[in-house]
Write a protein that binds this ligand. Structure first.
Ligand code: PHB
Length: 390
C-alpha cells in the first residue's frame, strides 16, 4: 500500500514538473514601441541596440524561456500610433511585457493599454515625472526630468550663477524641467530673468536666442529633446554671439548625449550638466558595456538611451529570476518592485512605491578625452529619487 501511494505521488509530481517545464519553455514575448523613423529615430535605434545587447549576452533566454523581441515603430510624437502599436502588441502578438517609449506622449498613450490588460510596461526613455502614475503596471528604468534638473540647479546657485533664463520644449518633460529648475534655483537664492517654451517639433530658435541675449542672463538653462534641436540651438547660440556676451549654457545631460556631441563639435566644450549616464563613467560595468556596444555596433556611440534599453531588459530578466519564469502581470509587478543592481551608469533600484528609478545623478562637464568629446563627471548625489513626485 505504502509503495502504491508513493508511486501515485511520484507520477503526480512528474506531471507537475512537466507542465511547469512546458510553461517555462513557452517563449517570452517582449514588445517594444519605439520611434524607429522620423526626427527621433535615433532614440529607437539606441534603445533597440541596448536591449539586443543585453539579450545577446543572456544567450537569448531569460529563466529558461526563449525571448522574442517584437518592435513597432511609432514614428515619434504621434500618440495615436503609439496607442495602436501597444494595442496590437498586446492583442495580436500576445506579448507578456511592453517596453520602449521614446517620448512622453507615447508613454501616456500606452498607459491605459497596460492597465486594461495587466501587462507590465517598462519605460525606457520617456521622462515626464507623472508617467509612472498613469498605470500601476508601469516601471521606469530611464530618468525623470525633475531628477536630472534639481542637481544642476543646485550646482549653478553654488557656483555664483545668480541670473538664469530658462528655455524648454513645450511639453511634459520641458514643463517638468522648467518647474524644477525654478523651484531649486530660486530656493537657493537665484533669480529667473526670463523663460520661454519652444515647439516640440522643428523649432526656429533665432527669435528666442535674441530675447535671451537682450535679457543678459549669466546662464541659460535648457531642455529640448536631443538630436537636431541640440545642434541647432548651440549653433545659433554661438553664431549670435551669446557665448561671446558671456552667457553660459547649463542643462540636463539630455543636451549633451554622446551620439549628438560629435554633431555639436567643440562648441559643446565646457557645458556643465547633470545626468545619470556618461559614456566616460569610470566603472568596470561601464567599461564592459561600452566595449561590448562598440563591438556590436562599431559605427554608433552609446548614450543614456542605449543603457536604458539594456537595463530595461535586465529588469525583465531579474524579475523572471524571482518569479521562476512567470511573467503574469501581477506576479511580475510584485517581483520587480524594489529590485536593484549595478548598471553601466552606477547603482540603480526600482522604488517599490512609485515604481520609478532611484539612481546616482552626476554633475559633468563636456571635455575632450583622448580626442573625443565626453561628459566628465566631477560631483555626484547617490540614491537620488524623483523630486517631482508628491
Ligand atoms: C520625453 O519625451 O519624455 C523625452 C525625450 C527625450 C529626452 C528625455 C525625455 O531626452
Amino acid at each position: 500500500m505504502q509503495i502504491k501511494k508513493s508511486k501515485v505521488w511520484l507520477a503526480a509530481l512528474g506531471a507537475c514538473a512537466l507542465s511547469l517545464a512546458a510553461s517555462a519553455a513557452e517563449p517570452l514575448k517582449i514588445g517594444l514601441v519605439l520611434p524607429m523613423s522620423g526626427p527621433f529615430a535615433s532614440y529607437g535605434k539606441q534603445i533597440e541596440h541596448g536591449a539586443r545587447l543585453y539579450l545577446e549576452q543572456s544567450g537569448g533566454t531569460f529563466s529558461g524561456r526563449k525571448v522574442e523581441l517584437i518592435i513597432k515603430d511609432d514614428t515619434g510624437v504621434a500618440p495615436e500610433i503609439s496607442k495602436r502599436a501597444a494595442q496590437e502588441l498586446v492583442v495580436k502578438d500576445k506579448v507578456h511585457v511592453l517596453g520602449g517609449f521614446g517620448l512622453t506622449p507615447s508613454a501616456f498613450a500606452a498607459a491605459p493599454i497596460a492597465s486594461e490588460s495587466h501587462t507590465p510596461m517598462i519605460v525606457m526613455n520617456a521622462a515626464t515625472s507623472s508617467i509612472t502614475t498613469k498605470s500601476d503596471y508601469i516601471l521606469r528604468v530611464s530618468h525623470t526630468l525633475p531628477q536630472v534638473t534639481a542637481p544642476v540647479a543646485t550646482w549653478a546657485a553654488k557656483n555664483k550663477i545668480k541670473k538664469v533664463y530658462t528655455l524648454v520644449a513645450d511639453y511634459g518633460p520641458g514643463h517638468d524641467a522648467e518647474a524644477q529648475f525654478k523651484k531649486t534655483f530660486t530656493a537657493a537664492g537665484g533669480e529667473i530673468v526670463g523663460e520661454v517654451r519652444t515647439p516640440v517639433k522643428s523649432p526656429d530658435f533665432a527669435p528666442f536666442l535674441q530675447k535671451i541675449k537682450d535679457a543678459k542672463p549669466e546662464a541659460v538653462f535648457l531642455f529640448v529633446p536631443p538630436g537636431e534641436q541640440t545642434i541647432a540651438f548651440i549653433k545659433g547660440f554661438v553664431e549670435r554671439d551669446l557665448a561671446k556676451a558671456g552667457i553660459r549654457i547649463i542643462a540636463t545631460g539630455d543636451l549633451t548625449a554622446e551620439d549628438v556631441l560629435d554633431g555639436v563639435g567643440d562648441n559643446a566644450l565646457g557645458i556643465v550638466n547633470s545626468f545619470h549616464y556618461s559614456e566616460a563613467h569610470n566603472s568596470p560595468e561601464n567599461k564592459t558595456f561600452v566595449q561590448a556596444y562598440y563591438k556590436a555596433y562599431p559605427k554608433d556611440r552609446p548614450n543614456f538611451m542605449a543603457v536604458s534599453g539594456y537595463d530595461g531588459m535586465q529588469l525583465i530578466a531579474k524579475t523572471l529570476e524571482k518569479t521562476g519564469g512567470d511573467a503574469s502581470g501581477d506576479k511580475f509587478m510584485a517581483a520587480a518592485k524594489g529590485l536593484g543592481w549595478t548598471s553601466p551608469r552606477g547603482p540603480i533600484s526600482i522604488d517599490p512605491v512609485t515604481r520609478d528609478i532611484v539612481q546616482t545623478i552626476y554633475i559633468r562637464k563636456v571635455e575632450k578625452v583622448a580626442g573625443k568629446l565626453q561628459n566628465v563627471e566631477f560631483e555626484q548625489t547617490a540614491n537620488f529619487r524623483d523630486p517631482g513626485k508628491p
